[in-house]
Design a protein around this ligand. Structure first.
Ligand code: SF4
Length: 881
């Protein structure tokens, strides 16, 4: 096939391929042939894909002052504006995605010559909307003299064409419009040849099955390595059915096996033996992601996440010298608790002295950024200058030298700006937000593929790109029964009956079957050795082989012995053991913190050491709405306010329902207002209204429980106490203390989760706060109890002294010490308190000794609720053991 093509080039034919990739492969093949003939100079071969060819033909044929050809972003913008201005727009969420679909549907219709739906076609709501948009689009193009790239072929058919010499290669099928244009060219005397199709070949085709996708990728990587070891010049093709979904895993495994030098030096590891298509949208590149984060600062509101990313990026001014301070600032902003902020608020926050001295360059950049005043509206060209100026204030793309991939992304940014400026032809007076949104779309539409090397021996591609390419060996992966033939995928904007009648792509199972057969046959003859492989399961879903591939013999791939370089390096290391289970002793008897210290020490000594000695804590996650801790905080505040107004159970009982509801509502409203005023959370009013209702219901349920008790008066709510345990001074905040009729006390701790008091009788108490209060608070304590509030399990859970007064001091659900099965060994309340005192003293002694063992009391169950895992590295410890 290649020899035939080389001959055609020599005879002056233009080579036309169905896609860009195949055109590049043919160009490379042509160059290789010239080099093999020892040539030093030669004429460039005229090889190009169909779309580029028809554009060139139009430029050569159409009159000079003819229509203006729109590029893809321009066409999309016209579609988007039409959709947004239509009566249907109110019901639509993602107009840019719909514009893209409409653009694709029109291209398809034009290729089939069906721009006007036949009158008998029944249209659903979406198709009616599309028809209306299509009419507006056609009118808009006609009145402005715009030409859509999908319209070029039909316009060319009406123009006086000149004879050409065309060699068509790699086409599986032609659309009706392509056929018509080719026929017109032939009519004027053009010489049109179609590449001789290889239909049979003596080759070896097998089928392989693997446990899962990763096993399939591993086998592929080792097979490629063996092939290249056998002959480094061998051309190897890899066709992947769903390349987008496994691209990252594929690259990681191929790098491990084929480019082990990447383990040592990132970015400069010599020639890569493989080239993979399907890059990622430019918008996802970290360099451009940073640029957009900078530009977003001028929007009315910005998400804290974007500010946080900006503080941690290396693509802005003094990123290295201020890295630690900016990380500190990031952590501090998260504590601020607002997921959405404005540039003005950010600037006010940065005015604090501490940040002025820690991050002067960042603050200076933000100041210069804010000083740039933006016009209300201007052209795309003017906005492109503004974007560059804004980026310059923060010295984007930073001071460190860019690596090759980043440099290519920077070049692509320049081209994207050119595309953005080209949108002026559609609309040259837009706001900043509109400009930013259009810039994002341009970045999303541009695919970034760093260092595409078409001469690499291994070419990895998707099914559609493999058209016509020949290899020495080919591996086709992922063709299982569910994906091959591919499921029917009808166009939502074209009536289904019409798609079926015209046999449009992907509209019927018959089309898919025929298409899959044709592609399979093409792949079978694309190399001397062909392997079809599939995983037998994906995410626990069992898969079966495609029926189209069952005819090929099932074989095992022989795995050559391959070195796992990462494992070799790891195993060659000599471990040094350092016992770091012991920190320095505590000299000071006063510690910040309260019962949490005992809780953490009991759960895991390292946790207490890290939290109370190293002041370690995880970065706060900020989100819209309330988190679990804030919900708990609100309940505490509501109950505090309620009992500060109520004082006794008698008052509660005397209150008519209506008044009680009002008191509850008032406590809840004040609690929300107080916490909101402290800026502890950010929430939409709608969410707060829901929270208000939820809290009222919870409080009502809880107060019903309180009504069942014997009489009491509330003598303390959320009051701080300083106390001493085994010589360690701590401060605790007790949720509530009630006094009973005989003067004895009940200490209450509010809990929004489920609790279990059996734990008070274990060696290390996981919920020690109530025992701590019991041993430190003066007075006759009759009972200690958790008030478990919220949900179906609203109740008291606790322990009382019992005895003769137990009935008089009725507390629903409270266990009496003498009857409680876990408390069998204790003679009385005093005995129990002494035991608790002793257990707490052990914890104090451990803490004061500086014990820092990584020893979660209940194993990984304890770790599940701890966020210090990345500091203690328990997972690595497990692996080491
Ligand atoms: S994650 Fe587990 S082992 Fe690590 S500090 Fe927390 S509780 Fe201890």
């Amino acid at each position: 096939m290649y020899a035939e093509m080389i001959q055609a080039i020599a005879q002056g034919f233009t080579i036309v391929t169905p896609n860009k990739r195949f055109a590049r492969v043919l160009q490379t093949q042509y160059i290789k042939t010239q080099l093999a003939q020892q040539k030093q100079v030669w004429e460039t071969a005229d090889v190009l894909p169909w779309a580029a060819y028809v554009q060139r033909l139009w430029q050569q044929t159409a009159p000079q002052d003819s229509l203006i050809l729109l590029n893809t972003p321009q066409q999309r913008l016209v579609w988007q504006q039409i959709i947004e201005q239509s009566t249907y727009s109110k019901e639509l969420l993602q107009t840019s995605a719909i514009a893209l679909q409409a653009y694709t549907s029109l291209q398809k219709l034009r290729q089939w010559g069906l721009e006007v739906f036949p009158a008998e076609c029944l249209l659903n709501q979406d198709q009616k909307a599309f028809r209306a948009w299509m009419h507006s689009y056609q009118k808009e193009c006609a009145s402005n003299g715009w030409l859509d790239s999908s319209n070029i072929e039909s316009i060319l058919i009406g123009l006086p064409l000149v004879p050409v010499k065309l060699y068509l290669i790699g086409f599986d099928a032609f659309t009706p419009l392509q056929k018509e244009l080719l026929a017109e060219l032939e009519k004027v005397g053009s010489e049109i040849k179609k590449a001789h199709r290889i239909t049979t070949r003596r080759n070896h085709v097998i089928r392989c099955e693997f446990e899962d996708s990763q096993a399939e990728i591993n086998a592929l990587a080792h097979w490629i390595r063996a092939q290249l070891q056998y002959d480094p010049k061998r051309s190897i093709g890899v066709v992947v059915a769903d390349l987008a979904s496994i691209r990252k895993d594929l690259i990681n495994t191929l790098d491990d096996v084929l480019v082990p030098s990447k383990l040592f030096v990132a970015g400069s590891y010599g020639a890569c033996p493989y080239n993979i298509t399907l890059g990622e949208p430019l918008i996802d590149h970290p360099l451009l992601h940073t640029a957009l984060n900078i530009l977003r600062l001028k929007k009315q509101e910005i998400s804290l996440q974007h500010v946080s990313e900006l503080l941690r990026t290396s693509f802005i001014t003094c990123a290295t010298s201020e890295a630690c301070s900016r990380a500190h600032l990031d952590a501090s902003l998260r504590e601020y608790g607002q997921p959405i902020i404005t540039l003005t608020v950010l600037q006010q926050y940065l005015k604090k002295d501490i940040w002025q001295s820690l991050c002067p360059k960042f603050i200076d950049g933000i100041r210069k950024y804010q000083e740039k005043i933006l016009p209300v509206k201007q052209s795309h060209l003017a906005w492109s200058h503004t974007f560059v100026e804004l980026l310059t204030t923060l010295a984007w793309p930073g001071e460190r030298p860019l690596n090759s991939d980043e440099y290519q992304a920077l070049l692509a940014w320049g081209k994207t700006l050119e595309q953005f400026v080209s949108l002026d032809i559609i609309d040259n007076c837009i706001s900043y937000n509109e400009a930013l949104s259009q810039l994002q779309q341009c970045l999303r539409g541009r695919i970034h593929q760093a260092g595409a090397v078409y001469t690499a021996p291994v070419q990895i591609m998707g099914l559609l790109e493999s058209t016509g390419i020949q290899f020495d060996a080919l591996w086709v992966m992922g063709l299982h029964g569910d994906s091959w033939p591919t499921p029917v995928n009808v166009d939502p904007f074209i009536p289904i009956a019409l798609q079926m009648q015209e046999n449009m792509p992907h509209a019927t199972p018959q089309y898919e079957l025929e298409y899959a057969r044709r592609i399979t046959q093409r792949l079978v003859i694309a190399a001397e050795n062909v392997i079809f492989s599939l995983p037998l399961s994906v995410e626990d879903q069992a898969l079966r082989p495609s029926t189209l591939l069952k005819q090929y013999p099932l074989e095992q791939i022989e795995q050559s012995e391959c070195i796992d370089y990462a494992a070799v390096i790891f195993n060659s290391g000599q471990s040094e053991y350092l016992n770091d289970q012991q920190g320095p002793k505590v000299d000071d008897v006063q510690m910040h913190g309260g019962s949490g210290l005992f809780k953490d020490q009991a759960a895991c000594p390292f946790k207490a050491f890290a939290t109370y000695r190293l002041a370690a804590k995880s970065l706060k996650k900020v989100d819209i709405g309330l988190n679990h801790a804030q919900r708990g905080q609100l309940i505490h505040e509501c109950l505090k306010l309620f009992w500060q107004a109520m004082h006794t159970q008698q008052e509660l009982l005397n209150l008519p329902d209506e008044k009680l509801n009002r008191s509850i509502e008032s406590a809840v409203a004040s609690a929300i207002k107080k916490i909101q005023g402290g800026q502890a959370f950010y929430s939409f009013q709608g969410l707060l209204n829901i929270e208000h209702k939820r809290l009222c219901t919870i409080l009502r349920q809880w107060l019903d429980v309180e009504k069942e008790r014997s009489s009491f008066s509330v003598i303390e709510t959320e009051q701080k106490h300083s106390c001493q345990i085994a010589g360690l001074e701590i401060t605790v905040c007790i949720d509530r203390i009630d006094q009973l009729a005989d003067g004895s006390l009940v200490i209450i701790d509010y809990k929004t989760g489920v609790v279990n008091i059996a734990d008070w009788f274990e060696e290390r108490m996981q919920e020690p706060q109530l025992p701590i209060y019991a041993v430190t608070i003066e007075g006759n304590i009759f009972a200690i109890a958790f008030a478990q509030i919220g949900g179906a399990s609203t109740k008291f859970i606790g322990l009382s002294q019992g005895g003769s007064i137990a009935e008089e001091h009725f507390l629903p659900n409270i266990q009496v010490l003498s009857d409680f099965k876990y408390a069998k060994g204790f003679q009385d309340w005093h005995d129990l308190l002494q035991n608790w005192q002793q257990k707490l003293s052990v914890l104090v002694a451990e803490f004061q000794r500086g014990e820092a063992r990584i020893a979660p009391y209940k194993g990984l169950k304890t770790c599940r609720y701890c966020d210090l895992g990345s500091l203690c590295r328990i997972q690595e410890l497990d692996l080491l053991n």
